[in-house]
Design a protein around this ligand. Structure first.
Ligand SMILES: Nc1nc2c(ncn2[C@@H]2O[C@H](COP(=O)(O)OP(=O)(O)O)[C@@H](O)[C@H]2O)c(=O)[nH]1
Ligand SMILES: Nc1ncnc2c1ncn2[C@@H]1O[C@H](COP(=O)(O)OP(=O)(O)O)[C@@H](O)[C@H]1O
Length: 285
């Protein structure tokens, strides 16, 4: 006997709708992902068993696509697998992972004195930990050679920055080194956090303090130099400031170094890769 193809298509549509309903319920926290998985393993013919593991994990609120991929890799589960088709060791690993509350997406602030290596460490995080997202700040300073608008900063005029202020568009903002204004766009950061990915902000100390007051759940990391001499060496070595600007920045740096206690963690930037790994480990995801 051959199956009527129209009936087959109808059954497939029903199954897709039923799977969508399970995902909706998990996302709305009406059912836990663990409950869905246990049901799938008890009832091999159920809708739950037919869900792809990616669909189940992705439906968990606050997970985010990057994190889902990493989790499945760590659990050694192929993204093509259906929940009902997992082997017993995979089931055990998935059960254990679902049983603990997944860490929520976090806002991470990386601050520290001038030339300590904030930009360098943030770039290393960008290159090696792509699931951590970065906010693009607005600034009134002019682009340096090689800097791209919308990538390194969003370069705006004073009037445009004022407009942003009047619309309450910044999560925090500050006038840095007594010259230009810099601000973190609120909507951009919030939309990334809403997808379940963590966001790293590389901002100055005044901005870090504002974040601490407004978002106590944020993780504040102070990047410190191995020594004062090394900080001076890095500032001079970078060669982007003249003598007068350098002494101004070093005076600020002295004050900033005294503020380490205000932070959740201090990471010493001896080696760029190690410092970046430490920051990522603090985020815990
Ligand atoms: N408060 C605040 N500071 C920022 C923001 N974006 C960048 N900064 C800080 O502004 C300072 C100057 O940055 P930049 O002009 O790129 O120069 P450089 O860091 O000296 O190379 C650095 O300390 C940055 O961390 C922001 O959105 N808010
Ligand atoms: N761990 C490190 N070891 C040696 N040099 C570093 C290290 N981190 C950064 N640097 C160098 O120090 C200088 C300042 O770094 P940068 O990222 O521009 O600092 P910031 O963004 O904090 O002002 C740059 O020339 C950079 O290459």
């Amino acid at each position: 006997m051959t199956l009527d193809p129209a009936l087959g298509a109808e059954a497939a549509l029903r199954a897709r709708r039923a799977r969508a309903e399970v995902k909706r319920a998990v996302h709305a926290r009406e059912r836990s992902a663990l409950h869905v998985a246990e049901h799938a393993w008890e009832h091999p013919d159920s809708v739950e068993a037919g869900l792809r593991v990616t669909e189940l994990v992705d439906a968990i609120p606050g997970i985010g696509r990057h994190r889902m991929e990493r989790v499945l890799e760590r659990l050694e589960i192929s993204p093509r697998k259906r929940v009902g088709g997992l082997g017993s060791r995979q089931r055990t690993r998935l059960r254990e992972w679902l049983d603990v509350d997944p860490a929520p997406a976090r806002l991470i602030v990386l601050a520290g004195p001038t030339a300590v290596g904030k930009g360098t460490v943030a770039q290393h995080v960008r290159d090696h930990y792509p699931w951590i997202r970065h906010s693009v700040s607005w600034t009134t300073r002019a682009p340096r050679p090689g800097e791209i608008d919308g990538v390194h900063y969003t370069f705006v005029s004073d009037a445009e920055f004022d407009e942003g202020l009047s619309e309450d568009a910044f999560l925090e903002w500050a006038k840095v080194h007594n010259s230009h204004r810099y601000g973190t766009p609120r909507a951009q950061v919030q939309s990334v956090l809403d997808t379940g990915d963590s966001v790293l902000l590389e901002i100055d100390l005044q901005g870090a303090r504002q974040i601490r007051d407004r978002m106590p759940e944020a993780l504040l990391v102070f990047l410190a130099p191995p020594s004062w001499e090394e900080l001076v060496r890095r500032l001079v070595g970078r060669g982007t400031e003249d003598e007068e600007e350098r002494s101004r920045r070093l005076a600020t740096a002295e004050v900033e170094l005294a503020s380490q206690d205000e932070f959740d963690a201090v990471v010493i930037n001896r080696d760029v890769a190690e410092a970046a790994a430490e920051v990522v480990a603090l985020i815990g995801r």
